[in-house]
Write a protein that binds this ligand. Sequence first.
Ligand code: C5P
Ligand code: C5P
Ligand code: C5P
Ligand code: ZN
Length: 474
Amino acid sequence: MTPPVPELADHAADCADRLLAADEVLLASHIDADGLTSAAVASTALERAGIEFEAVFKKQLDAHEIATIAAADYDTVLFTDFGSGQLDDIARHEREGDFTPVVADHHRPADEETEFHLNPLLFGLDGASELSGAGAAYVLGRELGRATTGDDAANTDLAGLAVVGAVGDMQASSGELHGANAGIVAEGVEAGVLGEATDLALYGRQTRPLPKLLEYSSDVYIPGISNSQSGAVGFLSALDVDLKSGGEWRTWVDLSGDERQTVASALVQRAIQRGVPAHKIDGLVATTYTLLDEPEGTELRDASEFSTLLNATARYERADVGLAVCLGDRDGALDRARDLLTNHRRNLSEGLRWVQNEGVTREEHVQWFDAGTHIRETIVGIVAGMAVGSDGVDRDVPILAFASKSDEETKVSARGTHALVRSGLDLSAVMGEASAAVGGKGGGHDVAAGATIPAGQERAFVERADAIVGEQLG
Ligand code: C5P
Ligand code: C5P
Ligand code: C5P
Ligand code: ZN
């Protein structure tokens, strides 16, 4: 069996060997869906390899957090879904003998290098669309499995979690996963843990009652159905499909193949009639990824719903709950995660409404809003991404979103589009340079990045970012 990502295989094997030589490992990961699945993949692989470890989660890895990690006194630290952007600080601790770092990440690397650094960007792969943090952890986990069992297919059952991470980082563009991610999907299918299908692309196929599935479909706005309960029910009632079973609304996955076809065709037809642009209509259908070992009708069965469930935990300081769900705790942890999901959903929709009411300010090359304390800093990036393309928020310039972290610090999230990236946009460079200019720190990906800056520097930051984006796109 060839390795899932051949370009990274040799280096991953070296990283795996280093972990196997450790007495005990501290595993540090990021607090979003990709960070949680990275940690779940890494934990499972470490445990199966018989390596003792402890897991910790950080909102953002900075000099202070790295110092805290160093003080924990582990000889080996495995960083997943972050670390590359902070290699300057990490390498300094390594030189001082604090710990040996092993990094499995996909963010834009800092200038320093270290021996055990696994990042697709170092091997000519795109870290924003071809491999996620969970994907990098999977590549490493596969080598750990191979080294300890001699089995070429060891740990391929973790492919489902790696796909949830990639989907959570929005790496599926034009409806499907590409590049190295596609290799991981293929391994998951081969292992029997993952299903791949072309299906309706609306969020909530597993868990939302049919009318809600259509009513809440804001990504593709269909006049008369989106945001209209009576419209959605009316549309469905006119079709030859039973909408309820035993008095309960059916969900998308309850429908037979023929029934799904009937609804999807009618939906496309309605969209055409109502003048929805063709490229939007194309977005109604996409490749879906199903975790076949998870129970049908749960968030865990669908990669997209699973990733949102995880964001609902870790971005609210409950990474422990999300990790437990990933590791198979289906009782207490899943219930707790569902409560957190209700809260996350409410925050997202209130946040989006706030942005729509307040509007964004347009500069020459960027647009921005400052949510202050109205939107939690850990989700302001998701809200900014969801706002793009809605009323008054253009797709032709990137969006910057501010939220207050504390009296001293402000969080910035930036989101662009793949079309802008093709024209030269690199938001990780924008966030890095503009934040450095005002005494902060930032990084990330070309299409989505973030920074922390001193409170009060928001306007200066916008000015600087506007100029840099102008240069990139000019
Ligand atoms: O830290 P991490 O790499 O996991 O975060 C990536 C972030 O970038 C996610 O919040 C994801 O939603 C966002 N993203 C985006 N659009 C893309 C790719 C990523 O908004 N095309
Ligand atoms: O929260 P997360 O970053 O995973 O959301 C990814 C996408 O899923 C959002 O951009 C949104 O379109 C969709 N979503 C949704 N309803 C939710 C949460 C997420 O439609 N409650
Ligand atoms: O927090 P947000 O979702 O906006 O983060 C977008 C991307 O920017 C993520 O990949 C995150 O890891 C990165 N980021 C960073 N440095 C920061 C804040 C965010 O590299 N200070
Ligand atoms: Zn990531």
